[in-house]
Design a protein around this ligand. Structure first.
Ligand SMILES: [Zn+2]
Length: 327
């Protein structure tokens, strides 16, 4: 499953070379030399995106089988409808690692349903039932999921709002996946297979579309300060050209210190099942590297809105809009 790193090196060199132009300096002091790609920065409001993070968290942790989860689902459906998307839901049950029967809802919004050429954007909207990366005292508490869940959804809601405002959009499907984060805790020793990403597994086995998206982008944990968005190995294996395209778009906007064109590790996330079961080439923009792992608030009680950095929401939103505009 893992690609030989040596095969990958020429591309790294290419991107590093392409980043050697003084884009960061020109970004601070706009001048006539500034590349048009930086000047024509996509319109994206991080204030708006941050308000979407807070609104989700105000329901409480969106743990499956709770009223917070039900209420947030309604909110997300209405939000997408208010931006002119055609919204459908997939409701299903799935059995968790501990035999809990979970009620799941995947929420699908489609913009320009008539267009054949489509791209799908994913994020999971549920939050984890346990803080199993925290100390013993907090381990049975649910995760608020401001970063792990709400941040990706918030960026996609703001993207939807912007696409509605601007006219020349492509066909876009926005899919909020459920039941991503109810997987088996890491401290359990009898490891079970496929306990994470239950909503993505359902969606991949039960396609929602009549016009199949050509590619997909998953957002997960896109709200912490100083993010490290590297090349996830699974994304590289299944959708290398899209990875190049997205990281190039990020670099054209000057985000060279956050979008790092190096392999950051392999993350088993929703995109794994979209790639392997639905065969839609899909990448994961996720804050992770194999040296420091996920952001420090990951699966702890500190994954709250006060630890969200609007600058990170802004950069990811701009990158997505740049990629969509270039379609
Ligand atoms: Zn998680």
């Amino acid at each position: 499953m893992f690609m030989n790193r040596c095969l990958f090196l020429p591309f790294v060199v290419l991107l590093l070379l392409s980043c050697s132009s003084p884009k960061k300096e020109t970004q601070k002091q706009p001048s006539q030399e500034q590349p048009a790609s930086v000047l024509n920065r996509p319109s994206f409001s991080s204030d708006s995106a941050f308000s979407f993070v807070k609104q989700q968290c105000e329901f409480g942790p969106r743990v499956p089988n709770t009223s917070a989860h039900d209420n947030c689902a309604e909110y997300l459906v209405e939000k997408l409808k208010s931006y002119g998307l055609i919204v459908t839901t997939q409701k299903y049950t799935a059995t968790a690692y501990d035999q809990t029967v979970l009620n799941g809802t995947n929420i699908i919004g489609q913009l320009h349903h008539e267009m054949d050429k489509r791209i799908v954007l994913f994020s999971h909207w549920d939050s984890r039932h346990v803080c199993d990366n925290d100390n013993l005292e907090n381990r049975n508490k649910p995760v608020m999921g401001a970063n792990d869940g709400a941040s990706g959804v918030a960026v996609l809601l703001e993207v939807a709002r912007q696409l509605q405002i601007e006219k020349d959009s492509v066909g876009v499907d926005i899919v909020f996946l459920d039941l991503e984060d109810y997987g088996q805790p890491s401290f359990e020793t009898d490891e079970k297979k496929d306990t994470w990403c239950l909503g993505a597994q359902y969606l991949a086995r039960n396609p929602y579309y009549d016009k199949r998206p050509r590619k997909g982008i998953l957002l997960d944990m896109v709200g912490a300060s100083s993010p490290y968005f590297g090349f996830d190995q699974i994304s590289l294996n299944y959708a290398e050209s899209l990875l190049q395209e997205v990281w190039s778009a990020a670099h054209s906007l000057g985000y060279t210190t956050s979008f790092i064109p190096n392999v950051s590790g392999a993350v088993l996330d929703d995109h794994y099942y979209i790639n392997t079961l639905a065969a839609i080439p899909t990448i994961d923009i996720i804050d992770y590297n194999q040296n420091r792992g996920f952001p420090s608030t990951w699966h702890t009680i500190n994954d709250t809105p006060d630890n969200i950095d609007k600058k990170t929401l802004q950069m990811v939103g701009e990158v997505l809009l740049r990629v969509l505009r270039e379609k």
